[in-house]
Design a binder for this molecule. Structure first.
Ligand code: C5P
Length: 232
């Protein structure tokens, strides 16, 4: 199996394979925040995020959401369909937290009903600014299929996490297109890119623990993986 590096991201490394239509994505034992200004290397984190993403992508696939996931040749590595990734981050919010609280007068914990879908530019050099749907269209991206898919993912994940006693506060998705222009969910689905609060709001199980220096993310992510395994 060839392992030529294509791209080194902040917490994942992309390799080419012998099949030009596939890539390998290795999840590193690394966590960053503040556009790379905070960085740590928690042992075991790569494997947990890889396993959780694989589990959730398989769950979504079994519910008719097409994802780039094929299989896991090892615990920290995924074989995925090679896609052209859209340069936007698609964020779905059920409860107000994070940037929406910082940039509006909406208070943390406000129930967002119905959930909203927002677009941010995927460009660290520009600090990933919030985009308007018009700007996304000007970038040549059809917003409607992305919004619909994000809502579908939310409709599947929210009840799954509720079974685990967890509120899915918000999450980030990335999408890509194959050679035929077909749309696939890509990237990662783990507590690195979603906020997860206990229903009674006393505990958090996501990357905010690292962002705010409030706890051990590996232990928290393991709790989520164990809970999900009961239901997926
Ligand atoms: O920062 P903000 O509050 O907009 O983040 C919303 C959700 O998207 C959070 O779950 C956060 O972890 C995730 N996110 C991400 N990658 C980014 C920005 C946000 O995974 N670059």
């Amino acid at each position: 199996m060839g392992m030529n590096e294509i791209l080194k991201g902040k917490v994942k490394t992309l390799f080419e394979t012998d099949n030009p239509e596939e890539v390998l994505i290795r999840y590193e034992d690394c966590v960053t925040a503040g556009n790379g200004q905070m960085i740590e290397y928690p042992k075991g984190k790569g494997t947990i995020c890889c396993l959780m993403t694989a589990m959730l992508f398989e769950y979504l696939e079994s519910n008719s959401i097409r994802t780039h996931f094929i299989d896991c040749p090892s615990l920290d590595t995924m074989r995925c369909k090679k896609l052209k990734i859209a340069p936007v981050e698609v964020i779905c919010r059920n409860i107000a937290a994070g940037s929406i609280v910082k940039t509006t007068n909406i208070t943390e914990g406000f129930l967002i009903q119905p959930p909203i879908v927002e677009f941010f530019l995927k460009d660290d050099s520009k600090n990933d600014p919030l985009l308007t749907p018009d700007r996304v269209r000007l970038m040549g991206i059809h917003t409607e299929p992305l919004i619909e898919k994000a809502r579908n993912v939310n409709d599947l994940l929210q009840p799954l996490f509720l079974l685990c006693g967890i509120d899915l506060v918000d999450f980030k998705l990335e999408f890509g297109y194959d050679a035929h222009g077909d749309l696939f969910l890509a990237d990662e689905l783990s507590p690195d890119n979603m906020r997860l609060w206990s229903k009674d709001r006393t505990e958090r199980f996501d990357k905010d623990l690292f962002r705010k220096g409030e706890g051990d993310i590996v232990e928290a992510y393991k709790v989520i993986l164990t809970k999900l395994r009961q239901f997926v």
